[in-house]
Design a protein around this ligand. Sequence first.
Ligand SMILES: [Zn+2]
Length: 348
Amino acid sequence: MSQQNPLIIDVHGHYTTAPKALEEWRNRQIAGIKDPHLVPKVSELKISDDELRESIESNQLKLMRERGSDLTIFSPRASFMAHHIGDLQVSSTWAAICNELCYRVSKLFPESFMGAAMLPQSPGADPKTSLAEIDKCVNEYGFVAINLNPDPSGGHWTSPPLSDRHWYPIYEKMVELDIPAMIHVSTSCNACFHTTGAHYLNADTTAFMQCLTSDLFKDFPTLRFLIPHGGGAVPYHWGRFRGLAQELKKPLLSEHLMNNIFFDTCVYHQPGINLLTEVIDVKNILFASEMIGAVRGIDPQTGHYFDDTKRYILSTPHLNDEQRYQVFEGNARRVFPRLDAALKARSL
Ligand SMILES: [Zn+2]
């Protein structure tokens, strides 16, 4: 597409509107952790293509059409990943089910959705146990990214930092497949942290700082992390992070992190996008709405949905047409090469 008329690629959408049968199956699976007689078979989950179609057409696709976005990178509902529940077996079965549903959505609406995988993470489990699911999702399902949860404990932070060798098997697989990871926690089971209001944003900030204090991207120069929700507190406190890097004798952030870390635009108000686009290089900003997600209401100050983030990109004074093209399309093609290849295969 041209700079005047970019493809609008939303790099952060979740299947939050799956048919009720999914939640009912999950509730039975959770009940089965205490009483194995209650564990449902995977085959007992029955969701038809028509049900999938209806759940998408009346929700995400409807809003995409209304707001004028073309394509969403679509992953399972983040808060429902709940990696802290049960053991690796529970998470593996659950991840496979959720990923398959996103795959089916991407087959039903190939123009509008491409998948990103949730991983079968579990507290204490070796990240190697996620590799088979990544391979399947990328090679068989055509997914273009993964969501990596830096805290499978759900708010207790019992895993090593993202810079630790603990995570390297995942990074090696990402490099091999040339896919990025969105760093995305799930529901908080720590009463101190509200899931979407605190835990998500804490995790975004925490992930950035874990990378800052390390030399992770020396080991993996092509590794790419998308830090969602506008990068948490990072852009707002950019001077703090630059100053900390300086004190720690790290290179400038532009070299140390910003060839590898990207932020989305899920900030939900104009002044936030103005700040993001003023502080952070355009090449590091990718359009996203996280729709339909955490904040579903209408902003009484504007009369528009908080998560209708396209209008903030169009209105910010800090971007020209070429830069808007990068935010809406160009950067996504670069950060998600498999998405770019799939679009090119369709002559887009
Ligand atoms: Zn999300």
